[in-house]
Design a protein around this ligand. Structure first.
Ligand code: GCW
Length: 614
């Protein structure tokens, strides 16, 4: 416990510097510490923090003053109205639209309490690939029922809006943001929403992205589209979160496209529009360099979008504790420059909300970091392990925290180390398919677009001799990333096409280094099994213990699959021998190529089912 007390002291000091707002609180020390706050939500957060300290056995010996770093700390649910969840791996949607508003499940309040425990203050209920039906009166009544449950927990409700809603449910011939009828339609719709939900938060919009409608369909810019919605919602205090996740097949490197489209619009957005930008320039890969757009829109409110659901990190089968990834982002993107932070939720109707017991740690960590990004991933893991797993010995606690901290790097190592990205199977994004080439598929959806492996080398040249994405970065990063010598190893193949036999800074050839990473990733997953088994005596919840043990077995098997499939495929291209330390592949490349999980694009069955199909 001592280490926790020390880190808490540091965290408390840092919080003193944060700006006070009505969500902040103060806890005064004493035999029974007192919570002071300017608002009921601030009081709730203070009480929740005090509860956490008590549960962790930490005494309040000095006054604690705390304010959130980001004023908007929001979950994005990619939940569809038919109960499915896009990229959701924890069962079906938690929202039972068929039963609402008549029947309000007690799980809604449980969910809101979990969010409030870590300071999450908003939730977008539906998928960004939005059905316009959510804006019909029938659904708005259901949304109101949820908003009523969430309100006492300090959680505001937001909705994803389909930009073509005036056409789809309003009967208008277009959705041009400069068409007066369109503006009137949105104005009436917003009025209807606020009559039902006076503290409605606003809209999240995915426009002109992956086939979704948007202002560009009518010759208008993203700023014109966002500003029209912003103007109708402004009188009610609402906001528009406008996503910058745009790319289209064409000449420009996909990693450059959001910047190319949005940077020229800097300064044009209304001040109740926040441009929501994915953490990396491509798409939630196991590791990406930060998105340069996040640091180069000085005249625009921006917020990073993180992905809590593990679309590209082994779904709910793999242990991947994501706080290290998010802290990495905040080491490049200063939280003070951002208006909020969004996390794509990993929550469903599964018995524990997230399916993998450790996936709850990512929900927890998202909230804790959104409140205070200076908290260390280790401290957050320590809190979560002590609060949720409650191991009966310090040794097991340390062991589990250590596993969690190592887990994200392990996933990067066995899936796509050294800056490789998008080697995923088409559609479901679970297993490896660096060779994937389905007929008629868009080039920028294929792994070869990203890995560019050929007989000479591997990696995407994003320097001046290639796509020049490096020049979108500010100094010193633009210079560092452009130089093959100075580029950090973890981004090497993101920015450079490197010869297979070129020596990298460790003295190994690129091929040896790549093999090393894959091998290390696999070894780590085997160590996770040993580590977890060593904790068995200390975990009282035997069902949870067995559940995790089973998933770790799947993860280790998958890690071998990733390593074998990728290394065999790259070997076929470069014709080199494997270094001695590489363990022999379990199957041949052809056998791996024949693996067909038979699962659809967006959802994934339970680990067990997947395992039996493998
Ligand atoms: O990562 C991709 C996902 C899509 C998702 C899209 C987005 C909601 O594969 O399923 O759609 O990103 O972020 O809009």
């Amino acid at each position: 416990m001592k280490s926790l007390v020390i880190v808490y002291f540091v965290a408390v000091c840092l919080c003193f510097t944060a700006v006070a707002n009505d969500e902040s609180y103060r806890i005064l020390p004493g035999a029974s510490p007192v919570v002071e706050a300017a608002s009921p939500t601030g009081r709730l957060y203070g009480e929740n923090h005090l509860k956490r300290l008590k549960a962790l056995g930490i005494e309040v010996s000095d006054t604690i003053v705390s304010s959130p770093a980001f004023s908007l700390r929001i979950l994005n649910h990619w939940d569809n109205l038919d109960g499915t969840v896009e990229r959701g791996y924890a069962g079906k949607s938690l929202w039972n639209w068929d039963e609402l508003p008549a029947k309000v499940s007690p799980r809604y309040a449980e969910y809101a309490a979990m969010c409030a425990a870590v300071g999450i203050n908003g939730t977008v209920l539906n998928n960004v690939n939005a059905s316009s039906n959510i804006l019909t009166y029938e659904y708005l009544e259901k949304v109101k029922a949820l908003a009523d449950v969430f309100r006492p927990y300090g959680m505001k409700v937001y909705l994803s809006a389909n930009f073509a809603a005036p056409m789809q449910i309003g009967g208008l011939p277009d959705a041009d943001p400069l068409n007066k009828d369109v503006v009137v339609w949105w104005g009436d719709k917003v009025k209807e929403i606020y009559q039902l939900i006076p503290d409605f938060g606003g809209f999240l919009v995915k426009a002109n992205s992956e086939g979704q409608p948007g202002p560009c369909d009518f010759g208008r810019s993203h700023a014109q589209g966002a500003n029209m919605l912003a103007s109708v919602i402004r009188p009610y205090g609402g906001i528009i979160m406008w996503r910058a996740f745009v790319y289209s097949p064409g000449d420009a490197d996909r990693a450059k496209q959001a910047y190319l489209e949005f940077k020229p619009l800097d300064g044009e957005f209304e001040d109740n529009v926040i441009v929501q930008i994915k953490n990396g320039p491509v798409d939630f890969q196991p590791r990406e360099p930060f998105s340069p757009l996040l640091v180069d829109m000085p005249g625009t409110l921006t917020m990073p979008e993180l992905q809590i659901t593990q679309e590209y990190l082994g779904h709910s089968n793999h242990l991947a504790y994501l706080a290290p990834m998010w802290s990495e982002l905040f080491s490049f993107v200063s939280p003070e420059s951002q208006a909020g932070v969004a996390g794509v939720a990993n929550i469903g109707d599964s018995y524990n909300f997230t399916s993998h017991p450790f996936a709850r740690a990512n929900w927890y960590a998202f909230g804790r970091l959104a409140w205070d990004p200076s908290l260390s991933p280790e401290q957050i893991a320590r809190e979560w392990v002590a609060l949720e797993l409650k191991p009966s010995s310090k040794k097991s606690e340390d062991r589990i925290v250590d596993m969690m901290i190592r887990s994200r790097e392990a996933v990067v190592d066995y899936m796509m180390p050294m800056g490789l990205h998008h080697l995923f199977a088409f559609g479901h994004h679970y297993g490896p398919e660096p060779w994937c080439d389905p007929e008629g598929a868009r080039e920028d959806w294929l792994p070869r677009y990203y890995h560019r492996a050929d007989s000479v080398g591997i990696g995407f040249d994003r320097t001046q001799t290639g796509s020049d994405a490096v020049s979108q970065y500010p100094l010193p990063y633009s210079e560092e990333y452009a130089s093959i010598e100075k580029c950090p190893e973890e981004y090497l193949l993101w920015f450079h096409h490197v010869g297979w036999s070129d020596r990298i800074t460790t003295g190994e050839t690129l091929w040896e280094a790549l093999c090393h990473h894959y091998e290390r990733g696999v070894n780590e997953t085997e160590k996770f099994i040993e580590d977890w088994n060593a904790c068995e005596q200390d975990i009282a919840d035997k069902v949870l213990f067995a559940d995790v043990a089973e998933r770790l077995e799947i993860q280790a098997k998958d890690a071998r699959w990733w390593k074998d499939a990728c290394l065999l495929y790259f070997q076929e291209i470069n014709g080199l021998e494997f270094p001695d330390f590489v363990t022999p592949a379990v199957r041949t490349l052809d056998e791996y190529k024949a693996v067909d999980l038979g699962i659809d694009n967006f959802t994934c069955p339970s680990g067990k089912l997947l395992d039996s199909m493998r």
